[in-house]
Unconditional design. Structure first.
Length: 480
């Protein structure tokens, strides 16, 4: 009986012990903290330390660092709630190019996240540097700030064998109407911007008008002459051109904008190494002046010419085509101011328009060939500058090669010099789907051992008749 009472007592004591132990453990758990905040976040690599702003309600942490800080490799010092941990940990390097997430884990295992974002202070604005006179050693113009980087007074000459390199984002202001960059015959000018950071050349800050400065004058044929992602704004002072490529010069022009010239956009005596994706607009004269048609072969539909007072490519001088060339369509016509002699092959693509000046003409010599093949929806047009019968001379053929006119309109030619819009003598021509109209004399003057094949050729308003057959001295309404 006593043994039984003792066993019961031990049992009861064990139960009480277990209950106390459970209560004690429960009390211990209730004392574990759930606090999980970041109380301090700073970058101590700077002088003074950069202390971030913490918004515990939203979980956002923001810091503004010096403008030249390397955000790809920053080490923050972080303070958190007692007994809490943060990941990534304090003192661990991190890349803050974008936002970074930090997770704080409390003593009781609960978590909170913070989004840390850093930004840079604006770079200090430096006063622009002034350039004047000349340079004869290589020099690089760097992007110095968000405003004007350099001011050029008067003419700035690049001389000797020097190369002037202008980096992306540079902005150059010229002080007045005599302002220009002149590149000597052995020197070079390389202006290479990017789509995001164009190079800008412009007039004085207080003169946003056309013709506020002269322009850029290339006099060398160096292969590193380059304008890429460059804007030439409000140049052409004194009826000069915004860009002058002298007779011996060469330059590549890509992805550029020439706008607001008081005169011509580009005066091309020399040649382009490349000409692509350019915009020439709002010039008081024509966008491009060239001396002869041979210089236009690099022009194509990647470039646009808009809102220019004289909206055409001006071909000024006599052209002798002594190498095979191809003329591409543009969004403006080609203005033919004088004579074109075709001594090799001239191919004209669909959509090309030729405006021919008074007394201008096209002559296909014995060794030459003209291939002008348009399409029904993109015809080739030969017309006069003025819409008057016989305003220009016309096209004469003296070649027995494979001359072709297809889907063309030829109009306002045929004055007394040529006697017809088309003159054939000792020549061969295939003509299809063409319209000849508004001749002062005949549509076609045909004879002297000439051969012509044709289909669907129409005539309209030819003053002395549609077709003159020299061999029989007849005037007929259609080609034989």
């Amino acid at each position: 009986m006593k043994k039984s009472n003792l066993s019961l007592s031990v049992y009861i004591n064990a139960i009480v012990f277990l209950l106390c132990l459970t209560f004690f453990i429960s009390c211990e758990k209730e004392t574990e903290s759930s606090e999980k905040i970041i109380s301090s976040f700073q970058f101590e690599a700077f002088d003074p330390d950069v202390v971030a702003a913490i918004d515990n309600a939203t979980g956002n942490i923001t810091a503004t660092l010096p403008y030249d800080a390397d955000v790809t490799s920053l080490i923050p010092t972080i303070s958190v709630s007692p007994n809490a941990e943060v990941n990534p940990a304090s003192g661990v390097v991190n890349d803050f190019t974008g936002s970074v997430i930090y997770t704080v884990t409390a003593e009781d295992g609960s978590t909170a996240t913070y989004t840390v974002t850093v930004s840079l202070q604006a770079a200090p604005v430096e006063d622009p540097l002034t350039l004047s006179g000349s340079m004869s050693e290589n020099r690089i113009l760097e992007d110095r700030n968000d405003g004007i980087d350099y001011i050029i007074e008067g003419s700035f000459f690049v001389e000797g064998n020097a190369l002037l390199t202008v980096e992306p984002g540079v902005k150059i202001a010229f002080t007045g109407v005599d302002g220009q960059i002149v590149v000597g015959e052995n020197a070079g000018l390389k202006m290479q911007g990017t789509a995001e950071k164009n190079i800008i050349l412009t007039g004085p800050v207080n003169n946003p008008s056309k013709g506020a400065w002269k322009g850029v004058d290339y006099g060398s044929s160096r292969s590193d002459n380059l304008m890429e992602y460059v804007q030439i704004l409000n140049a052409g002072a004194g009826e000069n051109e915004a860009v002058w490529i002298r007779s011996s010069a060469k330059v590549s022009i890509r992805n550029c904008r020439i706008a607001g010239s008081e005169a011509i956009g580009i005066y091309q005596e020399g040649s382009f190494i490349e000409f692509k994706n350019n915009v020439i607009e709002e010039c008081e004269k024509y966008p491009i002046y060239v001396e002869n048609l041979n210089q236009t072969t690099l022009f194509d539909s990647t470039s646009i010419f808009i809102n220019n007072t004289e909206p055409y490519i001006f071909i000024d001088g006599y052209t002798d085509i002594t190498n095979d060339i191809v003329i591409n369509p543009l969004d403006v016509p080609y203005f033919i101011n004088r004579t074109i002699i075709i001594s090799k092959s001239l191919t004209i693509k669909p959509g090309v328009e030729f405006l021919v000046n008074f007394d201008g003409y096209i002559s296909v010599s014995e060794s030459g060939k003209l291939v002008a093949e348009g399409k029904p929806e993109r015809q080739i047009l030969f017309t006069g500058v003025e819409k008057e019968s016989g305003y220009w001379i016309g096209i004469n053929f003296h070649s027995k090669l494979s001359n072709t006119l297809k889907n063309c309109i030829i109009e306002y030619a045929g004055n007394d010099f040529n006697e017809a819009i088309i003159y054939l003598e000792y020549a061969k021509l295939n003509i299809e789907d063409c319209t000849l109209r508004n001749s002062m004399n005949y549509g076609v003057y045909y004879g002297y051992d000439a051969t012509i094949t044709h289909s669907n050729v129409s005539f309209d308003n030819c003053g002395t008749g549609n077709v003159y057959l020299w061999d029989t001295d007849e005037v007929v309404t259609q080609l034989p």
